[in-house]
Design a binder for this molecule. Structure first.
Ligand SMILES: *[C@@H]1O[C@H](CO)[C@@H](O)[C@H](O)[C@H]1NC(C)=O
Ligand SMILES: *[C@@H]1O[C@H](CO)[C@@H](O)[C@H](O)[C@H]1NC(C)=O
Ligand SMILES: *[C@@H]1O[C@H](CO)[C@@H](O)[C@H](O)[C@H]1NC(C)=O
Ligand SMILES: *[C@@H]1O[C@H](CO)[C@@H](O)[C@H](O)[C@H]1NC(C)=O
Ligand SMILES: *[C@@H]1O[C@H](CO)[C@@H](O)[C@H](O)[C@H]1NC(C)=O
Ligand SMILES: *[C@@H]1O[C@H](CO)[C@@H](O)[C@H](O)[C@H]1NC(C)=O
Ligand SMILES: *[C@@H]1O[C@H](CO)[C@@H](O)[C@H](O)[C@H]1NC(C)=O
Ligand SMILES: *[C@@H]1O[C@H](CO)[C@@H](O)[C@H](O)[C@H]1NC(C)=O
Ligand SMILES: *[C@@H]1O[C@H](CO)[C@@H](O)[C@H](O)[C@H]1NC(C)=O
Ligand SMILES: *[C@@H]1O[C@H](CO)[C@@H](O)[C@H](O)[C@H]1NC(C)=O
Length: 873
């Protein structure tokens, strides 16, 4: 999420710089300079000295600390501040009238007492792209009564925009956009900092009637769009990401000089108002990422000056109007992610000779390519996204495009080979290819090396590709050929991919050993997925201390030997799945170093031995899934590890939120508005069946220790794990009673304790588990009546079978004297061993140590340790 915001930010920066900072270039030094006034020179020097120069305070591509060349030596030319870089003086009066210190690496606060406000003759002030350290915009700004151009964008100002801005009635250009938290110290949190309350916005509109450019992008306004019709000179209006709601006001139709209108990334709803027909000078119209509904109006085809029409991510319905083909100057068109439908002839786009980007993905369109497509070219074409457009073949016109950078034809119905001409298309320029979810069988290519030398993203997953793994160029960042029919080994040349972040070869027929280099690609790799192939040999050393690996899935292969100890240095690991292999090892107690771990599975291997208590104090605060099933473990159940699952303990209500584990691919600043996501998917065995989770439910928590040789008792403390969804201890040699505290697991859906040697009665409290869908206590030595009522009545006899001493429904044998068997809730005396109490304190301490609320919860369990019943929590 944070990454997404970052890329959005850089996108906005590009946009903002291109559109709003143009006037800076006009502030160039005049040939003849008058000499400057002493008081203004000292004001400038004082202003300069009030900041530290910090190269991180400005955009690295633009950063240039002009003030470093300012001098104040008597007699020297240098004392004439009118000659200083960024300073402009009036030719006649010698007063400073322009100051352009954009991207000057200023870092530090600014206030109304700043000497800047002594430059009262300023007409143009540009402080964009500095770092004013969360200062308010000083109210003294209202003193610049002559000012016509003011830019404070991208400068880390925060708080309310002062009313005094609306005193600047001569302003023709005002840009306060993108004051977001700059990641100056590698912090990834980017958030909006400035707010504009509606009453101040209205004053601004009333008073600043000369405005031609108004930029308030990423300023929180959080209201409906006020009536802007007084701003009748406006040519550029930038209100992107302002939290605006309600309809697009039809009064915008009065702003008939508008050329640039960006209302994207708000919460606007309703139709596109017909008054916008009036805006015949529009060259850019962005209404994307709102909740706008209704059809695309056909009059949009009248706006023939349009260069960019951006309507993606709305709720638009109906067909794509044919009139859009009149937009001959259009360079970018995006209608993606709406509810558009109908058949669309691609031919209509061939009239747009300057078209660079065309995005139609994510609608219900059926796109048809006519004969013109065979020989047509669009001379500047770079990007095409036609995901889910019912395509049955590759668009032929792509054959003649030699500047293509981005191609997305995913989730269509394209059969057969990738056409031969693709290997001759845009060899230098292609960065992004996504053809997943088709029926492609092969590449026609002469060498095994992919021909696009600068390719960064290749996504071919879920096709029917055969043959060897296609070899990517060394520029590759994201490589996904999963769910195909590829064979052979991982080519050693793959090791040259030094920028790789995501490698997904899962669900193919690959074999051989895994090259040792795999872990050593570089520290950039974060996802390594080799699941469901036939790889054998030992698992290579995958980690270095600086590794960024977050997911390793080597499940369902033939790996043997021991776990590489270097995995302990993968401190960023969140998912480690080694299930269904032939690994033979003892339990990896070094797991303790992996604090980010959410999932750990070694299901179906040859792990053995007693799982001891962890030697060092450890915490797995994020662990939610632990699967040790189908191994050869002996001794007591490893409760110490289970109880470290703070994450499980904390969650006691179910939110159906999905985790957004996404990898954002940096496309060198390009296409940063379309981050590419990798969704981790995992397979978990629950209720006897393996299920694939495309996205991992954030609250999904799961323990499976089944089919081992664990012995001993189930501790009553299991009741601490309140967020558990599924618990499986079946097929072991467990003895003792079923702990009544299980009734604390209020969201438990599946409980399997079958095939053990459990004795005693089934606790009455289990009837309270209202989410329980699956229960199996069969094949034990349980006795007494089966508790009746609520959830427990929904299970059939197989859930209780083969317990000679059990009686009552649903079993056939009736209980002879039900009163003889009282429910064990209070009768049974739980014999807490010393060690369990020790454990308990251990976790109480840890709960406090990590500053979590758990401590409190656990505290109360200490008090009630003997009867951790449902009535005590
Ligand atoms: C920015 O503000 C923080 C917190 O107020 C302060 O610690 C830091 O020194 C300031 N940085 C500069 C360059 O003024
Ligand atoms: C408009 O600007 C003048 C000064 O130029 C100021 O006195 C007045 O209060 C402003 N009006 C509003 C509504 O801000
Ligand atoms: C537009 O300007 C007029 C005259 O200055 C003023 O009376 C009116 O309130 C303004 N309307 C809006 C919506 O700001
Ligand atoms: C269109 O603009 C003109 C002024 O250029 C104005 O008189 C007219 O009312 C506007 N129409 C709409 C529908 O906004
Ligand atoms: C979008 O509008 C629809 C009704 O048109 C509404 O049901 C939905 O909640 C809105 N979505 C958002 C994100 O506001
Ligand atoms: C604008 O578009 C409408 C509908 O597409 C059309 O009827 C009308 O003639 C067009 N007006 C102009 C000025 O082109
Ligand atoms: C494509 O061009 C070739 C020769 O340039 C021509 O023979 C053929 O008829 C054209 N095809 C179409 C569909 O225009
Ligand atoms: C994969 O290839 C094998 C033989 O190479 C073939 O039998 C099998 O049907 C293919 N599977 C798919 C899904 O194409
Ligand atoms: C478990 O251990 C037994 C011997 O104690 C051995 O025969 C069996 O193959 C082992 N099982 C696995 C899955 O390694
Ligand atoms: C995750 O992504 C979905 C859309 O894919 C979004 O609605 C949700 O708010 C995101 N959640 C978080 C926690 O970022």
């Amino acid at each position: 999420m944070a990454g997404w915001l970052l890329s959005l930010r850089s996108f906005l920066i590009l946009l903002c710089l291109s559109k709003f900072l143009v006037f800076l270039e006009l502030v160039v030094a005049n040939a003849m300079q008058p000499s400057c006034h002493d008081n203004e020179r000292s004001a400038l020097l004082q202003f300069k000295q009030s900041f530290i120069i910090d190269e991180l305070a400005s955009d690295p591509h633009a950063a240039y600390p002009k003030v470093l060349h300012w001098r104040n030596q008597e007699g020297d030319q240098g004392s004439n501040c009118c000659l200083w870089d960024g300073v402009e003086c009036d030719e006649k009066t010698g007063r400073v009238i322009g100051l352009d210190l954009s991207s000057s690496c200023f870092h530090g606060p600014i206030s109304s007492s700043s000497s800047l406000f002594r430059l009262v003759h300023l007409r143009r002030l540009n402080l964009a792209d500095n770092h004013f350290n969360f200062s308010r915009i000083p109210a003294a700004i209202g003193r610049f009564s002559a000012i016509t151009h003011l830019s404070l964008s991208l400068s880390v100002f925060s708080g309310q925009i002062p009313l005094e801005i609306s005193y600047l009635s001569k302003l023709s250009s005002l840009d306060l956009s993108l004051n977001v938290d700059k990641p100056i110290k590698k912090s990834l949190v980017t958030q909006k900092l400035l707010q504009l309350q509606l009453s101040n916005f209205k004053s601004l509109v009333q008073n600043l009637t000369h405005l031609e450019e108004l930029g308030l992008g990423a300023v929180d306004i959080l209201s409906t769009v006020p009536d802007l019709s007084n701003l009748s000179s406006l040519t550029d209006l930038f209100l992107r990401d302002c939290g605006l709601s309600g309809p697009i006001p039809s009064s915008l139709g009065f702003l008939s000089k508008l050329e640039f209108l960006d209302l994207g990334l708000n919460r606007l709803n309703g139709y596109i108002p017909s008054s916008l027909q009036n805006l015949t000078r529009l060259d850019t119209l962005r209404l994307d990422s709102n909740n706008i509904t209704g059809p695309i109006p056909s009059w949009l085809g009248n706006h023939t000056h349009l260069l960019e029409l951006e309507l993606k991510n709305n709720e638009l319905i109906g067909s794509v109007p044919q009139s859009l083909s009149r937009l001959m100057n259009l360079r970018a068109l995006s209608l993606a992610a709406n509810n558009l439908e109908g058949t669309l002839e691609f031919d209509m786009f061939f009239s747009m000779k300057n078209l660079i980007y065309l995005y139609l993905s994510g609608n219900k369109l059926s796109l048809l390519f006519g004969k013109r497509n065979v020989n047509a070219t669009l001379s500047k074409f770079k990007g095409l996204r036609l995901s889910t457009c019912n395509l049955i073949e590759f668009p032929d016109f792509l054959r003649y495009q030699n500047e293509l950078e981005l191609l997305d034809l995913s989730n269509n119905k394209i059969h057969g080979g990738i056409p031969e001409w693709m290997s001759n298309t845009s060899l230098e320029t292609l960065l992004f290819i996504r053809l997943s979810g088709n029926f492609l069988t092969s590449f026609h290519r002469s060498s095994s090396m992919l021909p696009w030398v600068n390719l960064r993203v290749l996504d071919l997953n879920s096709n029917m590709l055969q043959g060897q793994v296609p070899l990517p160029p060394s520029s590759i960042t994201y490589y996904d050929v999963s769910h195909n029919n590829l064979t052979g080994e991982i080519p050693l040349l793959m090791c040259n991919s030094s920028s790789l972040q995501v490698l997904d070869l899962s669900s193919n027929n690959l074999d051989g050993t895994v090259p040792q280099c795999l872990g050593g690609f570089s520290d950039s790799v974060s996802v390594l997925n080799l699941r469901r192939n036939s790889f054998h040999g030992i698992i290579p050393e995958t980690c270095s201390p600086t590794s960024n690996l977050r997911m390793v899935d080597f499940g369902h292969n033939q790996f043997h030997g021991q776990l590489p100890r270097s995995l302990a240095t993968c401190v960023m690991l969140e998912y480690l799945d080694l299930s269904n292999n032939k690994l033979i090892d003892v339990f990896p107690t070094w797991l303790a170093t992996l604090h980010m771990l959410k999932l750990f599975s070694i299901r179906k291997n040859g792990f053995y031995g007693v799982i001891g208590k962890p030697e060092e104090q450890f915490e797995l605060p994020n662990l939610r899934v632990i699967d040790l099933s189908y191994n050869n473990f002996t001794g007591e159940l490893p409760f110490a590890y289970v109880f470290a699952m703070n994450a499980v303990k904390l969650t006691d209500n179910k939110h159906l939120s999905y985790e957004n584990t996404t990898e954002i691919i940096d496309m060198k600043g390009k296409y940063s508005d379309i981050p590419y996501e990798y969704d981790y998917s995992i397979t978990i065995a629950a209720k006897g069946v393996e299920r694939n989770y495309e996205k991992i439910l954030e609250v999904f928590a799961f323990i499976d220790f089944s089919s081992n040789k664990f012995s001993g008792e189930i501790t009553e403390l299991i009741g601490i794990l309140k967020g558990l969804d599924s618990l499986n201890f079946s097929n072991n040699m467990l003895t003792g009673h079923i702990p009544p505290s299980l009734c604390n697991l209020l969201v438990l859906e599946s409980l399997d304790l079958s095939h053990n040697k459990l004795s005693g009665g089934i606790p009455q409290q289990l009837t309270q588990l209202t989410f329980l869908e699956s229960l199996d206590v069969s094949h034990n030595e349980l006795t007494g009546p089966i508790p009746q009522g609520q959830q427990l009545s929904t299970f059939d006899s197989s859930s209780f079978a083969d317990n000679p001493g059990l009686c009552g429904k649903p079993l056939a044998n009736k209980c002879e004297n039900p009163n003889a068997f009282l429910p064990p809730s209070s009768a049974v005396d739980y014999d807490d061993s010393e060690s369990q109490v020790e454990f308990l304190w251990f976790f109480v301490v840890m709960g406090y140590a990590s500053g979590l609320v758990v401590g409190v919860v656990l505290g109360s369990s200490v008090i009630t340790k003997r009867h951790l019943g449902c009535y005590f929590n």
